[in-house]
Design a protein. Structure first.
Length: 145
């Protein structure tokens, strides 16, 4: 269930050219988010630690939690349980900060019932030197069952 290629193929660059320091920043930001999803799916906690800013937070189901310990393991289980087909990815880069909004069709066989719907996700990143780090992930699933 590799997600990196479909995400890269679905990219829509939405930031005005004047707001971008370098066009390559948008691609680097999208690649960082794609590596984040791939690391979640593979359970690669070392790679995840390298992608996350100190104190990175996930907002989901009305809760805020740091991506560590039980919360991180729950995100890994979710990433492994779903099939995600990207619909749209929008990137805005403003200097040292970036915002990625994406929508994807999601399917999962979870206990006790199957899940189908559209997941929307926003990711806030910050740049330190030439490297982008994830500060915040917010996702919401609109179920169709």
């Amino acid at each position: 269930m590799s997600r990196a290629l479909p995400v890269l193929l679905c990219v829509t660059i939405a930031a005005p050219v004047a707001a971008q320091l370098r066009p390559a920043d948008s691609l680097a930001v999208v690649q960082t988010v794609a590596r984040f999803h791939a690391a979640l799916e593979s359970g690669d906690t070392l790679a995840l630690r390298g992608l996350l800013a100190p104190g990175a937070v996930v907002l989901k189901r009305g809760e805020a939690s740091r991506l560590q310990g039980d919360a991180l393991q729950a995100e890994i289980r979710w990433a492994r349980a779903i099939t995600r087909r990207p619909i749209q990815v929008t990137v805005r880069v403003l200097g040292w900060a970036a915002f990625v909004y994406s929508a994807a069709q999601v399917e999962a066989s979870a206990n006790p019932a199957a899940i189908q719907g559209t997941e929307v996700e926003s990711v806030v990143l910050s740049r330190l030197g030439q490297t982008w780090f994830i500060d915040l992930v917010h996702s919401s699933l609109g179920s169709r069952n």
